[in-house]
Ligand binder design. Structure first.
Ligand SMILES: Cc1cc2nc3c(=O)[nH]c(=O)nc-3n(C[C@H](O)[C@H](O)[C@H](O)COP(=O)(O)OP(=O)(O)OC[C@H]3O[C@@H](n4cnc5c(N)ncnc54)[C@H](O)[C@@H]3O)c2cc1C
Length: 514
């Protein structure tokens, strides 16, 4: 809720927002939607004047979404608004169809559809949303901006946050020559986050092995380049569509660090060396660089200031995980910060954001480091590459890599007794054809009771942040009852309900007793 105060000295009125978010990237926008859904007032301050950019549009802006992100969008009724995946073929997949179709990759090593044993994912139902799909940054941001506007989020473009200070009551933010006030500030301002840099956050990690290039060019002799993703003795190159290049050059990140502009001559030299061809680039249209620098804020919170998305963690875009990781942060943080603002948060709820999401971020950073390590142009890495290639071509190997890349095997450590605790709730389909994910649009927690148990119903009635759903599902996966957090993560589950004390404990940990 906005608070409007009159400043007696200069007779100006000013608004105190619940939350200021720096950055209208996908993570800032998604977080804003989550907060506004829970009736918090949100101001987004965005540096860029213009929402559109060629780097956010296809083909540069192509982004792979994994299972947790797809589920998050579906659970808020946003998935159907994404259109691009319905008509665009994933250019990262090869032309082969059927069981040998490439389903994803690790360090450029493909895993195949036919090798993945989905039966190993015991809690994934046929009614689940897809494990992966492609979108475009700009499309995603457009969909999220539209939702944010509907929910009453205020977005000010051309307002780069330059500094802020906080005290026990709130935060004062300087942006675009003006001052803004809020109870909380969340830095979603990307990899070079000003909020992180000026907010006293330690950013620990490892330095890069390579410079990555993304470029649109005209090539005189494109037939010299092989199709698909090519790991070579000096790096990696890929031509996703004619003229659209992704290159990795193991220069220790030197070129990216030099901040020199990418010229046609430079890119041609890199491409010739990495592809070991005499390829000629006649025109360079646009190019950007990136690295595999992997760093993570050691804490995601400093008082009333929090970090999410690339502001909290950076790593190579290999395997497309950064956006998915950031949206996972937003989904986790949104309901917890809202409950804190609305004075409905049990002790420690907000701090669970960092303790839960930091380890997930650390896993992704290591995943990216492991890929950089085995792509290196050196004999040790080649040997590891050969072993991973063998493993990824086995059923267990392909299933493991798919589970990690698609986020299907992601589990937050919530110390639960049931194996489902900390996992995304299966998309149970009820007898009336509705699915649990469709009942989560309002951002409430859910207590799902398959056995119509009176004790459970009474318990649920004591918590006004929880919707009690007592329905029979077509496939209940042997479960009797499930407590679901607003972000879709299972907080508690039982196959065999004997008494409700464990459920009572879980409810009090995550929700406010009214
Ligand atoms: C080539 C490439 C391919 C990728 N592919 C994938 C993929 O397939 N899948 C995937 O999951 N991830 C992928 N990623 C990573 C993904 O793009 C990022 O992780 C994601 O964009 C992070 O979102 P964000 O909102 O945290 O930050 P950003 O998208 O960087 O947004 C930050 C916003 O903050 C604004 N800002 C910056 N400074 C300030 C300031 N001082 N004040 C106010 N606003 C500010 C910026 O203008 C920007 O709008 C890829 C990245 C690259 C480079």
């Amino acid at each position: 809720m906005n608070t409007t105060l009159k400043n007696k000295k200069n007779n100006h009125t000013h608004t105190i927002y619940d939350v200021i978010i720096s950055g209208a990237g996908p993570v800032g926008l998604f977080l804003a939607c989550e907060l506004a859904l829970a009736k918090c007032s949100v101001l987004i301050l965005e540096k860029a004047v213009e929402a559109h950019s060629p780097l956010k549009q296809l083909p540069f802006g192509i982004r792979g979404l994994s299972a947790p992100t797809i589920e998050a969008l579906y659970r808020r009724g946003l998935l159907q608004e994404l259109e691009i995946h319905k008509h665009l073929k994933n250019p990262h997949q090869n032309a082969v169809q059927g069981p040998r179709r490439q389903a994803g990759h690790f360090a450029g090593i493909p895993f195949r559809d036919g090798d993945i044993d989905t039966a190993q994912w015991k809690y994934r139902l046929p009614s689940s949303t897809p494990t992966s799909l492609i979108t475009e940054m700009e499309e995603l941001e457009t969909v999220l901006s539209r939702r944010a506007a509907i929910l009453g989020v205020e977005i000010k473009r051309g307002f780069a946050i330059t500094s802020f200070h906080q005290n026990n009551e709130g935060v004062t933010v300087q942006a675009g020559g003006q001052s803004f006030e809020s109870k909380w500030l969340v830095g979603c301002d990307g990899s070079r986050s000003v909020v992180r840099k000026t907010g006293g956050f330690e950013f620990a990690g490892t330095e890069p092995e390579f410079t990555g290039y993304t470029a649109k060019v005209d090539i005189l002799n494109p037939e010299l380049l092989k199709p698909g993703r090519n790991v070579t003795p000096t790096g990696m190159y890929m031509q996703s569509q004619p003229g659209y290049l992704a290159i990795q050059d193991f220069d220790g990140g030197a070129f990216h660090g030099s901040a020199k502009p990418v010229t046609r001559e430079h890119l041609q030299e890199v491409l010739r060396r990495v592809s070991n061809t005499n390829v000629t680039i006649s025109t360079l249209h646009i190019a950007s660089t990136w690295t595999d620098r992997a760093r993570q804020a050691t804490s995601y919170r400093n008082g009333r200031v929090l970090l999410a998305g690339d502001a909290a963690h950076i790593h190579a875009p290999l395997g497309g995980q950064g956006l998915n990781l950031g949206l996972g942060d937003a989904m986790n943080l949104g309901w917890k910060l809202a409950a804190t603002i609305n004075r409905k948060a049990p002790e420690g709820l907000l701090d669970s954001y960092g303790t839960e999401r930091h380890p997930i971020g650390a896993q992704v950073l290591d995943w990216s480091r492991a890929q950089a390590a085995i792509m290196k142009p050196e004999p040790n890495a080649r040997a590891l590459h050969a072993i991973i290639t063998d493993l990824i071509n086995t059923t267990d190997g392909a299933t493991y890599f798919a589970g990690r890349v698609w986020g299907v095997s992601t589990q937050i450590n919530l110390d639960g007794k049931h194996p489902l605790v900390g996992c995304s709730v299966p998309n149970f389909e009820f007898e009336d054809e509705t699915k649990i994910g469709q009942l989560m649009h309002n951002g409430q927690g859910i207590l799902l009771d398959f056995n119509h148990n009176t004790a459970i119903r009474e318990l649920a009635s004591e918590y006004n942040q929880i919707d009690y759903i007592s329905k029979t599902a077509k496939n209940q996966l042997g479960l009797c009852a499930v407590l679901i957090q607003p972000d879709g993560i299972v907080a508690w589950a039982t196959d065999d309900l004997i008494e409700t004390s464990e459920l009572q404990k879980a409810m009090a940990t995550w929700f406010w007793l009214t």
